[in-house]
Ligand binder design. Structure first.
Ligand code: ASP
Length: 440
């Protein structure tokens, strides 16, 4: 049987087990189409309220979960050598996945030229001005890397925790956890404490999953209801490129990576993580989906050691779907404004998108904010590109739901590959969906 058939069957199996979430998703799409927010603002407000409530509820467990998972993960891994080995592998796979994403995004955007359709809406004066900006920036390269790096260093970990700023939180917790692992037996009370916190947050996640179907319904309905349908005619090519690119990642790049670097059966993994994939689509947030990604992977055979180290870092740093969409979006804008795309500029956009995506928080809309970093890098600022951006905004939520799904899937793919490489995967459990400990 072809690999794509296997993947489809795997997803159908996952959906069958989680028909209630899938039902919420489909019902959300139908209700969203039937009740567009422009004509039914009250219905949309209610759906928005319910959806936001669901996101808040799952986000409530994210910070305790990230902290406890990393502390346990690092102390389980134990010695520095093994930690460095896992860390290197993780960075290696995340880099491959993200490089593939930006390359696919760039190639598709250059083939389909989605921005050309938008050109008619942009005055030639504005376009000429933008072209000047880009030329100037290329002449003197000036990305503000130092400021960005300083922002990542947590001067006060408690204020990072309070504001939910993930990168400084992870830097602090990782440092703290490595130190704990180093101090030996005296770390027991703290590690035991975090083991209890982890177990309790997992329990809360199980409960929250009872709300997944209505939550995904409300979120999907309110996003579909607020699409700028009138603009769709102008941006369908942009949408097509994004969908195609993300599908290539999901259906070709990940299976290929798993085949080359591990013996993880892609179909089985996709069946195992279907709940997480659907919740990522509904919430458009990798960080809100994290509790479920960890639950899916752990309950289906990937060891806690790997899950608690690789997945929280992945949900924060590995955003290949975002990198792909950012690359397409920036090339879209350069095409819309008639800016010449040399090979050098394309590579620069791709590299900046890799950096920008990994600084994006795993929350809805983050990718559209960090795109400023890519634009600044090539001498443009979002507020100069208002018309071009209005096209991107029309599809933003849908694009976000799709890229978040891919972001979450790739975290699980990398966790599974590393678990396979390190003998940290229970294949009996992964290969036998009937043996899964059910999440709900
Ligand atoms: N919403 C995405 C995520 O959580 C980030 C983004 O906006 O691209 O994975």
């Amino acid at each position: 049987m072809g690999i794509h058939m296997q993947i489809l069957i795997a997803i159908l199996l996952g959906i069958k087990r989680n028909w209630h979430i899938f039902f919420g998703l489909i019902a959300g799409i139908i209700v969203g189409i039937l009740f567009p927010s422009s004509s039914y603002p009250t219905i949309n407000k209610v759906l928005n309220f319910l959806g936001q409530g669901f996101i808040n509820i799952i986000q409530m467990v994210v910070i305790p979960l990230v902290i406890s998972a990393i502390v346990i993960g690092v102390s389980n891994i134990g010695d520095n050598k093994q930690l460095a080995k896992f860390g290197k592998k993780m960075i290696f796979y995340y880099l491959i996945i993200t490089t593939a994403a930006v390359a696919i995004g760039a190639i598709l955007a250059l083939i389909f030229k989605p921005g050309l359709g938008a050109q008619d809406f942009i005055s030639s004066d504005v376009a000429a001005q933008m072209q000047g900006y880009v030329a100037g920036a290329i002449a003197e390269q000036k990305a503000n890397m130092s400021g960005m790096i300083l922002d990542m260093i947590p001067s006060n970990p408690f204020s990072s925790l309070a504001s939910g700023n993930m990168i400084p939180i992870i830097i602090f917790v990782l440092t703290f956890a490595i130190a704990l692992a180093k101090v030996g037996e005296i770390n027991r009370p703290v590690v035991s404490f975090f083991e209890s916190v982890f177990a309790a947050t997992m329990k809360v996640t199980d409960w929250i999953m009872y709300l997944a179907a209505p939550g995904v319904f409300a979120l999907t309905a309110s996003s579909v209801a607020s699409f700028g349908m009138e603009m769709f005619g102008e941006v369908w090519k942009y949408f097509l490129v994004i969908v195609l690119g993300l599908a290539i990642q999901f259906f070709i790049v990940y299976p290929l990576l798993m085949k080359i670097f591990s013996k993880v059966p892609v179909g089985k993994l996709y069946t195992a993580i279907t709940e997480a994939i659907m919740v990522a689509f509904g919430t458009a947030s990798s960080s809100a989906t994290l509790p479920l990604t960890i639950t899916c992977c752990e309950k289906r055979g990937i060891s806690n050691k790997i899950c608690s180290f690789v997945l929280p870092l992945g949900a924060t740093l590995n955003m290949d779907g975002t990198a792909l969409v950012q690359t397409v979006a920036v090339i879209f804008l350069t095409q819309a404004y008639g800016i010449d795309l040399s090979l050098g500029l394309i590579i620069q956009i791709a590299v900046l998108a890799m950096i920008a995506s990994s600084t994006s928080a795993g929350i809805p809309g983050a990718g559209l904010i960090t795109i400023a970093l890519v634009l600044n890098g090539i001498g443009l600022a979002p507020d100069q590109l208002v018309v071009g951006f209005s096209f991107l905004f029309a599809l933003e939520r849908l694009a976000d739901m799709l890229r978040s799904t891919v972001n979450v899937a790739s975290d699980a793919v990398v966790a599974a590959i590393i678990a396979d490489n390190e003998n940290e995967i229970n294949y009996d459990l992964l290969n036998n969906p009937d043996g899964y400990k059910e999440i709900v």
